[in-house]
Design a protein around this ligand. Structure first.
Ligand SMILES: [Fe+2]
Length: 191
């Protein structure tokens, strides 16, 4: 039995920044060229404006093993790609029977979820909203506001991340801006 030492992390509730800083994962638009439905909008941005930081994750460097509770903050910067709002890549857990809990800290957005049996769910997250992703639901977060959308998440260490299934199939629902409003629409490209 390996006994770890307990520890704390100071989290800035506005910016999501960890103190002490641990592992930071940054996702740029160039890392997400097939994530957005409008792939030509991605290429136009990359050509005309250059690369863009879409989101970053500040994560505890805990071992990804049974019994651990990994936790992180995610900061999604505001913006759109075509009509689609900035969002995370989204994933299933490799261990499908593992859930996750979120807590909104700053800004606003949506948690978009779906199962492999065709169910979908889209929940609004504001500061103070705790949202539960039950086992078997793929999950992605979307910033629908004009300031960074910041939230905390915790999940089982053995859950793992399966990004490939979403990269291949996409999400059934898209969160887009239409006539200045936030609208959830069907993804015509969803397989
Ligand atoms: Fe997850």
């Amino acid at each position: 039995m390996n006994i770890m030492q307990p520890f704390t992390t100071q989290i800035d509730l506005h910016s999501g920044v960890f103190n002490p800083e641990r592992q930071i994962i940054r996702r740029y638009l160039s890392d997400m060229q097939t994530t957005y439905a409008d792939e030509s909008a991605v290429q136009d941005i990359l050509k005309q404006e250059g690369n863009r930081l879409v989101y970053e994750v500040h994560v505890t460097d805990l071992p990804e093993e049974e019994g651990q509770l990994l936790h992180c903050t995610t900061i999604i910067y505001p913006g759109r790609v075509g009509t689609e709002y900035h969002m995370t890549k989204g994933h299933y857990h490799s261990r499908r029977d593992r859930g996750e809990v979120y807590l909104g800290l700053a800004g606003e957005g949506y948690l978009v979820m779906q199962t492999e049996t065709g169910e979908t769910s889209t929940l609004s997250i504001q500061p103070g909203t705790a949202a539960y992703v039950p086992p078997y639901w793929a999950h992605r977060t979307v910033n629908t506001g004009v300031v960074p959308f910041v939230f905390f998440a915790a999940w089982a260490g053995e859950a793992g991340h399966d990004y490939g299934t979403i990269e291949q199939l996409g999400f059934a629902k898209l969160v887009v801006q239409h006539d200045g409003q936030v609208v959830v629409i069907d993804n015509a490209k969803y397989k």
